[in-house]
Design a protein around this ligand. Structure first.
Ligand SMILES: Cc1cc2nc3c(=O)[nH]c(=O)nc-3n(C[C@H](O)[C@H](O)[C@H](O)COP(=O)(O)OP(=O)(O)OC[C@H]3O[C@@H](n4cnc5c(N)ncnc54)[C@H](O)[C@@H]3O)c2cc1C
Ligand code: SF4
Length: 464
């Protein structure tokens, strides 16, 4: 019988992780599978607050206390149904959301008792339900005669497709890659999200009726054809222009950009035809940056058996943009962090040999509200480097068919959503957009929220 005071006796316990020895050599997910008893127990810690802050802080506004209650009594299929009312891919969010900054960060139990393990329970519910043959239900059985084309099979495009098809709207998803998922497949490594999770989603979406056209680069000509044959189009193209930073020597051999490094490693592990690897075995690796991409690079280099792996970041640990749990995992796996350190010069005759760095202290906040790192005079230090990875993040790179279709973009190259008729509609009424390409490099959960909400707006648009 629930007393609502379980949190006093039952401590927050996350699933165990594999041993560090195993984590350092294999690419699989690091958490062990939970059992139902521990899920029930951890769910029972929820206070069922009258005003659930976790729900507000979750970008999808998931019905968290309600599905925790169902998990507590072991009604996993009902919990999965409820999860899917707001989230197309709960098992993915459960794995990769930075919960400490979102739902769990807002949990009332943080006042001294530690948050409910919301992400891990969300993951368990859908994993378990899917393994028992549960499937997301169609919300309407009839099909409309309208067709929506979706360009980009990342989380934004896939969430849009899932929400359209379950409401009976035909949709075709185009992507340049041979697999769906966008950065879920080609950016985020397997130790955070195993590829079979996304492959399972493809099966489910295809069974619901989504059509995928893969290995298909959309250009102006193809866009014209697609436009003629569609009643509405959703763009979820992501942001892929890497931010270079202002350091001398970026063109030297041995300097690698983060995303090509991660993509090549993923393609190699997925044994895609002709896949070549960028292998850091026995190399002295330095990664520049402090976000999720940087964490994925350092942890990939560890698994490739690099000789040493350093992460150089200009602010302190508290101000790192990456997920706290991933920074912790990187530290556990042997990555050495040089905080308050700014890269100054890449040294080497044609090939990188060393990196000059200087110490920083945090100054006044800049326009973004974050304290600006200020270089401390005469604090230079030299690091030996064989491979230097640039992981400063990504910005928008509007493709030519955007302007060709009179879709307005902002100064930062992001799609402007200034059409007041429907949310997520662009300046060309037939085109809607969501994900990183409207807000800049962000999180999968935001892309899923945009795709979901855009689908509902597209349906209203098609009905007029
Ligand atoms: C290394 C890395 C790690 C990350 N880790 C996390 C994390 O731990 N947690 C988290 O929440 N978020 C993480 N993110 C961010 C998250 O992956 C993105 O915010 C999210 O994937 C954005 O979704 P999207 O659908 O907007 O774009 P994307 O995922 O980028 O998908 C865009 C799709 O559009 C396709 N496309 C683009 N142009 C064309 C064209 N012309 N023709 C055909 N197809 C095209 C691309 O091939 C791609 O498949 C990470 C990002 C990176 C790079
Ligand atoms: S989607 Fe992300 S933020 Fe929302 S409940 Fe799940 S883990 Fe938390």
């Amino acid at each position: 019988m629930s007393s609502n005071f379980e949190f006093i006796d039952i401590k927050r316990i996350e699933p165990e992780t594999k041993s560090i020895k195993v984590r350092k050599i294999e690419f699989g997910e690091i958490y062990q599978t939970q059992n139902l008893e521990s899920v029930k127990e951890q769910s029972s810690r929820c206070l069922d607050c009258g005003n659930p802050y976790c729900e507000w802080k979750c970008p999808l506004h998931n019905y968290i206390p309600d599905w925790l209650k169902l998990a507590q009594i072991g009604s996993i299929h009902e919990a999965a149904d409820l999860c899917h009312e707001t989230n197309s891919f709960p098992e993915i969010c459960g794995r990769i959301c930075p919960q400490e900054k979102l739902c769990e960060g807002a949990c009332t139990l943080n006042t001294g008792y530690e948050a409910v393990t919301i992400g891990q329970i969300e993951k368990y519910i859908t994993d378990k339900a899917l393994s028992e043959g549960w499937k997301p239900k169609k919300l309407v059985e009839s099909s409309s005669k309208k067709t929506v084309s979706i360009i980009g099979a990342g989380p934004a495009g896939l969430a849009c497709a899932e929400n359209l098809i379950r409401r009976g709207v035909k949709c075709i998803v185009y992507d340049r890659y041979s697999q769906i998922g966008g950065l879920l497949t080609y950016g985020i490594p397997e130790f955070k999200l195993e590829k079979n999770i996304v492959i399972k989603r493809r099966e489910i979406l295809e069974e619901l009726g989504v059509e995928f056209v893969l290995n298909f680069e959309v250009d102006e000509k193809r866009m014209n054809e697609i436009e003629k044959n569609s009643d509405a189009i959703f763009l979820g193209l992501g942001t892929y222009e890497s931010i270079k930073g202002n350091i001398n020597g970026l063109s030297k051999d041995g300097v690698v950009e983060a995303l090509p490094y991660l993509i090549k490693n993923t393609e190699y592990l997925m044994s895609e035809e002709d896949a070549e690897n960028i292998d850091f075995r026995d190399k002295k690796v330095v990664v520049l940056g402090g976000g999720d991409t940087a964490m994925d690079c350092v942890r990939t280099a560890i698994r490739q058996q690099a000789k040493s792996v350093y992460c150089v970041y200009r602010r302190d640990k508290e101000n790192m943009p990456g997920s706290v749990k991933e920074i912790k995992h990187a530290m556990e796996e042997g990555v050495e962090f040089l905080f308050n350190s700014q890269p100054l010069e890449i040294i080497g005759n044609g090939t990188v040999r060393q990196l000059k760095i200087g110490k920083t202290k945090l100054g006044k906040a800049d326009g973004s509200g974050r304290r600006k790192p200020v270089l401390i005079k005469n604090s230079e230090k030299i690091l030996d480097v064989d491979k230097l990875v640039i992981a400063f993040g990504y910005e928008a790179d509007p493709q030519s068919f955007i302007a060709e279709n009179n879709i307005k973009v902002s100064d930062r190259g992001l799609i402007s959503l200034d059409n007041k008729n429907y949310k997520y509609q662009t300046s060309n009424p037939k085109f809607f957009a969501g994900g990183d390409m409207i807000i800049g490099s962000s999180l999968a959960v935001h892309a899923i929220a945009h795709g979901r909400d855009a689908a509902k707006e597209i349906i209203k648009f098609l009905e007029t």
